[in-house]
Design a protein around this ligand. Structure first.
Ligand code: NAD
Length: 370
């Protein structure tokens, strides 16, 4: 039986509250005699909690552990308590340092619309019910990082602002591989979104994605789509999509657009992946999309589903444990069908529960469904 090392970084605010529910699920998986793997977990500090203990948002020792782990589970960082610390050591810098040190260039944001929550989507039920798509966003290149990046005085009372959209072949190749590999674990379809009609980087993007596809992934269906049309199609007919791969800028926009289909921030998981090493293992960090929610921290009200679904992504994408991921995700869907809701997703006629009750109900459904 395989043994995997998981580093848990609960962080601040509701981070520890939602991470506690994941710990219970990990304990349960470890206790399953027929389990295909066991997890060694270690918890450490990040964000404001690390500033309080060490004066910096992530210590070298914690970073070493993250580099050595098979996957990192991250809760949330930040809160008003640390609003006045120096910019360089603000809590969120801990997460940015992790992304940089682990070279996490691929950001995966699924948008899943659970049938039980379809009515809380701003789109019509028939459009969103059953949506299950994944946006694969390039995270370390493109216009957010390209140089020159500046505002210059033109000397005539005017200024010029410049951002540079730049991609090299290898950057596009590696993100395309992530998208094609993911599609093979899903419904085998990739849409590659760019703006080749007006951007040179779009021309190269399409060329490289096509070449990677032809060389190694001809079994996956590939369609190219202009990013603006993709934005429109996500609203018009989101069920046509399986995996969408795009650059940093378009990924930022399209993933937020897709997120709105699912109802609440408390429902949205994410993953960030690095390059595979010699053994094929990718560095990986899994985290909910939401922050530390200081307005509800310490009240037992936080929705743990985004954190639990992030762990399900770890099972699926870091450990190849699709059956176990299905058990977790199936349990989430059934608990919602039964009408259990944390306050953020409550609706008339549903039963409002707290963080721990929601976690316990999901665990109970896992036991029933496994
Ligand atoms: P937020 O995501 O923390 O909260 C936004 C709103 O959504 C709040 O009303 C909150 O109560 C609600 N919410 C978020 N997650 C929820 C959950 N699981 N269950 C129920 N309700 C939930 O965003 P914010 O208020 O803009 O930021 C708060 C702090 O978190 C700031 O310090 C910010 O910098 C930090 N932050 C951290 C991360 C991260 O660690 N990845 C991401 C975003 C924001």
């Amino acid at each position: 039986m395989a043994t995997y090392d998981l580093l848990l970084l609960p962080g601040d605010g509701i981070g520890p509250e939602v991470m506690a529910e994941v710990s219970r699920i990990i304990d349960w998986l470890n206790a399953q005699a027929q389990g295909r793997a066991t997890f060694n977990t270690e918890s450490d500090l990040v964000g404001g909690a690390a500033i309080d203990a060490h004066g910096i948002p992530i210590s070298d020792a914690t970073m070493e552990k993250a580099l050595g782990a098979d996957a990192v589970l991250f809760g949330a960082a930040g809160g008003p308590k640390w609003d006045d610390v120096a910019y360089e050591i603000r809590p969120e810098a801990g997460l940015l340092a992790l992304r940089k040190e682990l070279d996490l260039f691929a950001n995966l944001r699924p948008a899943i619309c659970y049938p039980a929550l379809a009515d809380s989507s701003p789109l019509k039920r028939e459009l969103v019910e059953g949506v299950d798509l994944m946006i694969v966003r390039e995270l370390t290149g493109g216009v957010y990082f390209g140089e020159p990046k500046e505002i210059v005085e033109l000397g005539n009372g005017q200024k010029r602002a410049v951002d540079t959209q730049v991609y090299e072949t290898w950057e596009i190749e590696r993100i395309a591989r992530v998208a094609f590999d993911l599609a093979r674990k899903r419904r085998n379809q990739v849409h590659s979104a760019e703006k080749r009609n007006v951007m040179k980087s779009g021309v190269l993007w399409r060329e490289v994605v096509s070449a990677v596809h032809a060389a190694d992934y001809a079994d996956v269906t590939l369609e190219h789509i202009l990013a603006d049309n993709c934005a429109m199609q996500l609203i018009r007919a989101p069920k046509q999509f399986d995996v969408i791969v795009c650059d940093n800028l378009f990924g930022d926009m399209l993933s937020d657009e897709a997120a709105m289909m699912t109802g609440s921030l408390g429902m949205l998981p994410s993953a960030s992946l690095g390059s595979p090493d010699e053994s094929g293992r990718r560095k990986a960090l899994y985290e909910p999309v939401h922050g530390s929610a200081p307005d509800i921290a310490g009240q037992g009200k936080a929705n743990p589903i985004a954190m639990i679904a992030s762990f399900a992504m770890a099972l699926r994408y870091s450990f190849d444990m699709a059956a176990e991921a299905d058990v977790v995700e199936g349990a989430i869907a059934r608990v919602l069908e039964k009408g259990l809701r944390t306050p953020d997703i409550a609706a008339p006629g549903t039963e409002v529960v707290g963080t721990a009750e929601m976690g316990a109900a999901i665990l109970e459904e896992m036991e029933a469904g496994s």
